[in-house]
Design a protein around this ligand. Structure first.
Ligand SMILES: N[C@@H](CCC(=O)N[C@@H](CS)C(=O)NCC(=O)O)C(=O)O
Length: 201
């Protein structure tokens, strides 16, 4: 039995749930309530000394960090494959996953936090800067998406990493430049994908 230690709003936990859904794997969830600091409990720190969700337990295997979990799932449950067969193809997926995790998702989270503040307390400059940085990243993605349906070829671990943040864009005032037709098409396709829709809350 697969158990996911989860917090529903966490984009890194959502990234893992997308992969579990793509592979049609059954799993149970255990809520780790970050609002109550449950990630700092002695019990949870035994699973992940870094004190972060997600953690995946698959029988005796205990794995933390969404990227490591998703690679494990892809190797352990190979169908459908979410990584290409060739080394350069896999490197491209990992580079794009890094862009999602290091550049895109953190900015989405910061923007979301800023927009949650009362209108009077919001830092308009910061909001515009974050929105522009996200748009700049999309401009970079337009080129690869001209020749690929997804960021690194077929739907892969990289698209699973982008998808949670993509779902939030309509609430974040990020309007993708209409000239980025391939980015627009990719975003639409992610919104329509069943595994991605399953994490929407
Ligand atoms: N690199 C980690 C990041 C996980 C992460 O940042 N999780 C956040 C929630 S979205 C967390 O558990 N934060 C709790 C804390 O830092 O105390 C991954 O990909 O799994």
């Amino acid at each position: 039995m697969i158990v996911l230690y989860d917090f529903p709003e966490c984009p890194y936990a959502q990234k893992v749930r997308i992969v579990l859904a793509e592979k049609e794997l059954e799993f149970e969830t255990r809520l780790v309530d970050l609002r109550k600091n449950e990630q700092r409990s002695a019990e949870f720190l035994k699973l992940n000394p870094l004190g972060k969700v997600p953690v995946l337990v698959d029988e005796d295997a205990v794995i933390y960090d969404s990227t490591i979990i998703n690679e494990y799932l892809n190797e352990e449950y190979p169908n459908p494959p979410l990584m290409p067969e060739d080394s350069y193809g896999r490197a491209k997926v990992r580079m794009n996953e890094d862009l999602a995790d290091m550049l895109f998702t953190p900015r989405v989270e910061l923007l979301q936090a800023e927009l949650r503040r009362g209108e009077a307390e919001r830092d308009g400059e910061k909001i515009r800067r974050l929105q522009n940085e996200i748009l700049q990243l999309f401009r970079r993605l337009e080129h690869p998406l001209q020749s690929h349906r997804f960021v690194a070829g077929e739907f892969s671990l990289a698209d699973a990493a982008f998808a949670p943040g993509i779902l939030l864009l309509p609430k974040l005032g990020v309007e993708v430049d209409p000239s980025l037709v391939n980015v627009q098409r990719w975003i639409k396709e992610l919104h329509e994908r069943a595994s991605v829709q399953a994490v929407q809350h």
